[in-house]
Design a protein around this ligand. Structure first.
Ligand SMILES: Cc1cc2nc3c(=O)[nH]c(=O)nc-3n(C[C@H](O)[C@H](O)[C@H](O)COP(=O)(O)O)c2cc1C
Length: 342
């Protein structure tokens, strides 16, 4: 299978500048933050290093205006990058000191991170750090292997640690209701030509040198079909077919979980992103894949139906399907140089 350039995934801990300046260390640690997941792999982040402090900023030029007009998923993606940065910092023996949304005057500045006091690495630090290069989204069907018994509990705990919650959809009638909402979300989203245009703008052939976007193989498309797939998605409404497939995937997944927060504002979105990072690394550390089925949350009326179906107290942000299956290659990332600003 042809593959895009994947340099960013070969970051090596041997290269950590232990006796370098704080700025050099922060720059190195960003090599892990850029491996975070983001909607359509848009990587909507900028970073700025000022002495021993690092600013995390949203890059609204990479917003998905049709899918995410409030920029909720955009902030969640930046939260995931912030979490990976925290994990790397702790692994290399420094406590991260984080101020979230520190300035009303600069709303795009979502966090300021400082290298705090030295600390000993814990078993959890090691587990999460080792999972960073193992994690990726896998949209293929899961096989029948059940999840490790303690994983759902570990993911619930992970979400709580980041001020979010995680609800596992286990009972058959509720799973059926959520699966039906996912399928309905597919039908409504794909019926919108603007949605399809935006999706296609971030789809890439398998061998393209692009540093962002989603290659065809990540959707299960072979090399020859991937470029054609893009055109077909834009031209035809495949909502019914996609809905049919996603409903089955949701019903058959060993776990389907909803991640949410008590409030629905930028601070909570940032918490949800950090919780997503922690939850995904907990799963990846146990060899478990995940993929998103957020369609009902991306449409306000279906988000409300999801809340009612599950009796949720708060605001759902993401739906994840988890399980075992065949591995896939990574998707590409922009380099640290490309995301650093002055
Ligand atoms: C906030 C957020 C929303 C996402 N929503 C979807 C989604 O609706 N459908 C999907 O297939 N993938 C979704 N993804 C997964 C991204 O497409 C994926 O993270 C990105 O392509 C990078 O690939 P990787 O996770 O394999 O590194 C989402 C990721 C994030 C962080």
């Amino acid at each position: 299978m042809a593959q895009p350039v994947l340099d960013q995934w070969s970051v090596s801990e041997q290269d950590y500048p232990r006796s370098g300046t704080a700025a050099e260390q922060l720059r190195f640690l960003l090599g892990y933050a850029v491996l975070a997941p983001s909607s359509h792999n848009a990587q909507p982040w900028h970073f700025r290093i000022r002495g021993d402090e690092l600013d995390v900023l949203v890059d609204r030029t990479r917003a998905l205006e049709v899918l995410d007009p409030e920029h909720r998923e955009l902030v969640i993606s930046c939260g995931a990058a912030l979490f990976l940065l925290r994990v790397a910092m702790r692994y290399f023996g420094r406590e991260p000191i984080v101020a979230v949304l520190p300035s009303y005057e600069e709303p795009d500045l979502v966090a300021v991170v400082k290298l705090g006091p030295e600390r000993d690495r814990t078993v959890e630090d090691e587990l999460l750090f080792r999972a960073i290069p193992e994690r990726h989204t896998n949209r293929l069907a899961t096989d029948e292997r059940p999840l490790p018994p303690a994983l759902v509990l570990a993911m619930k705990d992970a979400a709580r640690q980041e001020r979010a919650w995680l609800r596992s959809v286990e009972e058959a009638p509720q799973r059926e209701q959520v699966a039906a909402l996912i399928a309905e979300g597919d039908r409504r989203l794909f019926a919108d030509r603007e949605y399809r245009r935006e999706l296609v703008a971030w789809m890439r052939p398998n061998d393209e040198a692009a540093r962002d976007g989603v290659p065809g193989f990540a959707y299960g498309l072979p090399d020859l079909v991937a470029p054609m797939g893009t055109r077909l998605v834009e031209m035809f409404n495949s909502g019914r077919l996609t809905g049919f497939r996603d409903r089955r995937l949701a019903l058959n997944a060993p776990a389907l979980v909803v991640l949410g927060t008590a409030q629905d504002a930028p601070k909570s979105w940032l918490a949800a992103g950090q919780a997503l990072g922690r939850v995904l690394l907990q799963a990846a550390a146990r060899g478990v894949w995940s993929s998103h089925m957020n369609q009902p949350i991306q449409l306000p009326e279906l988000r409300e139906s999801l809340k009612q179906a599950l009796g949720l107290d708060g605001y759902p942000h993401l739906i994840l399907r988890l399980g075992h299956g065949d591995p896939l290659p990574h998707t590409p990332r922009r380099s640290v140089d490309e995301v650093l600003i002055d």
